[in-house]
Structure formats: structure tokens, C-alpha cells
Write a protein that binds this ligand. Structure first.
Ligand code: IPD
Ligand code: CA
Length: 264
């Protein structure tokens, strides 16, 4: 078996796992009485659905690829060897939307080898949209090739910006001001992973968040790169395990994006 065959097999298993987890998530979403919601901190919730979905995905991936490393939002790091590659999983991104009955959430699975996102999968069960990429093989949504927007200025489409309590709000306010001064029109849908998938699909022209975790954005970084877009070096420093700033956009917007987000 070649390395490509092995990656193809991982892609197949992960695709099955993400669809299965998405279907189970949709069941919980439609049956709120089965949800047990608790707080992890200020404006940070979790439910039994998040934990169950992560356990499903992790169980499937570890059974099929026992030597791969694993890192998930709810269960943390596994025992596998980072040298073999690492699965990075968010079972429900957009948990606050999920628990408040807003249909904007998704499941996200990435497979990273070294600094390369080899597989990026994001599944939105409400829209039944599967965003998928394999490095060097392009990116698709429900099997249809996708590419980033043609934008070259912030006037050319919708921009998304995320925010969490993990960073002081002042920095985000400054970026907002600069974006508005450039005539940007912004949205925040409540799921960083899905918003970033929309950048890959050309629906948003870009996304910025002062701090995001790898489980929220790595799959989408794989999608955006395969769809011809630009992202900052999210994995710089300890981005994988501690998170980092994320900036991602249409290729033609890289210059203005670096300027507005002060990324040098
Ligand atoms: C959050 C969402 C949100 C983003 C935060 C994330 P969660 O993840 O992606 O849009 O702004 O940084 O923590 O809590 O819904 O899994
Ligand atoms: Ca998340």
C-alpha cells in the first residue's frame, strides 16, 4: 500500500465517521429533551451530544488507525504517535447555536501530518453539506469542486469575524473599526469551522478571529488551501495544542487582509 492509498483509506473512514456523527447530532438537535447542557466557563457550553459524538468519531478512527495520534475538543489528546499524523476533531462546532436551537453548527475532522493538512472534512447536517479536501486533490462541497471568491477588496463580498472570551475584546474592536473603514460587510454565524468552510466555498471572502483552537479551524485550513485561498501560519508556535490567531481569505485579498489584521 502506498502513502496515497493509506491517506485514501483514512479519507474514506473519516467521511463515514463524520456523516454518522452528523446524523446523530441532528437527532439530538431535534430532540432537545435528550440534551444535558452544562457550562465550561463564561459563554462556553457543552452537552452530552458533544461528548457522545466525539466518542463515536474517536472510537471509529482509533479502531481503524490505532497508531495515529488524536486531539479532540472534548476528550483531549490520545496515546498515538504524532509522527504518524494526528486527527484533530471538533464534534460540534457552534455549540452555542446548537443548544439554542439555531441550525448553524457542524462536525469537523482534520488529519495533519507534520505541517500539512492532508484531510479536511466539515459536515453541516442541517444543510446536508459535506465540505471535503485532500491535499493535492482539490476541495469539494457535496462532490462539486469549490474555490474561493475572486475578491480583491473588502467591498467585494461578505466578511466573517469570530470572537471568544479567550482574548481581550479590544483587539477585535480595533480590527472591526479598520474593516468598517474599508467598507467591509460582516457576519458572524456562530461556528468558526463552518464560516471558514464558507471561505473555501467562496461564500465569505474572509474570516478573522484573534484566537481559535485547532479543532475549530484545521479542517477548514485544508479546505481553503485546496480551494486556492490564503491563510496565515496558524500552526506557528504551539498553534496545534494551544490555538492561535486565524486569518483566512480569498487569494486576491491577502494584502488588504494582512494590513487590516496587522499580520505583517
Ligand atoms: C466556538 C465557535 C465560535 C468561535 C469560537 C469557538 P464551539 O467553538 O467556533 O464561532 O468564535 O472561537 O470556540 O464552542 O462552538 O465548539
Ligand atoms: Ca469549536
Amino acid at each position: 500500500m502506498t502513502d496515497q492509498d493509506r491517506l485514501g483509506e483514512r479519507f474514506r473512514v473519516a467521511t463515514e465517521a463524520i456523516r454518522e456523527a452528523g446524523a446523530r447530532g441532528l437527532h439530538f438537535f431535534r430532540n432537545r429533551d435528550e440534551l444535558d447542557i452544562t457550562s465550561k466557563g463564561v459563554q462556553d457550553t457543552v452537552s452530552n451530544a458533544d461528548r457522545e459524538l466525539e466518542a463515536m468519531i474517536r472510537g471509529r478512527l482509533e479502531a481503524a488507525f490505532p497508531n495515529d495520534a488524536f486531539f479532540g475538543e472534548e476528550s483531549g489528546r490520545g496515546e498515538g504517535d504524532l509522527e504518524n499524523g494526528i486527527w484533530v476533531v471538533d464534534p460540534i462546532d457552534g455549540t452555542d447555536c446548537f443548544v439554542h436551537s439555531i441550525p448553524v453548527w457542524c462536525v469537523s475532522i482534520a488529519f495533519l501530518v507534520g505541517k500539512d493538512v492532508e484531510i479536511g472534512l466539515i459536515y453541516d447536517p442541517n444543510a446536508d453539506e459535506l465540505f471535503a479536501a485532500r491535499r493535492g486533490h482539490g476541495a469539494t462541497v457535496n462532490g462539486v469542486p469549490m474555490k474561493v471568491a475572486e475578491a480583491t477588496s473588502f467591498r467585494d463580498g461578505l466578511f466573517s469575524i469570530g470572537y471568544s472570551m479567550r482574548r481581550p475584546y479590544g483587539g477585535t474592536v480595533d480590527i472591526f473599526e479598520r474593516l468598517l473603514a474599508e467598507d467591509a460587510m460582516f457576519q458572524r454565524n456562530g461556528s468558526g469551522a463552518l464560516a471558514l468552510a464558507y471561505v473555501a466555498a467562496g461564500r465569505y471572502i474572509g474570516y478573522y478571529e484573534a484566537h481559535i483552537n485547532s479543532w475549530d479551524c484545521l479542517a477548514a485550513i485544508g479546505l481553503i488551501r485546496e480551494a486556492g485561498g490564503w491563510t496565515n501560519d496558524f500552526l506557528a508556535g504551539d498553534g496545534l495544542f494551544s490555538g492561535n490567531v486565524i486569518a483566512a481569505c480569498a487569494a486576491g485579498l491577502e494584502g488588504p487582509m494582512r494590513e487590516v489584521c496587522r499580520l505583517g
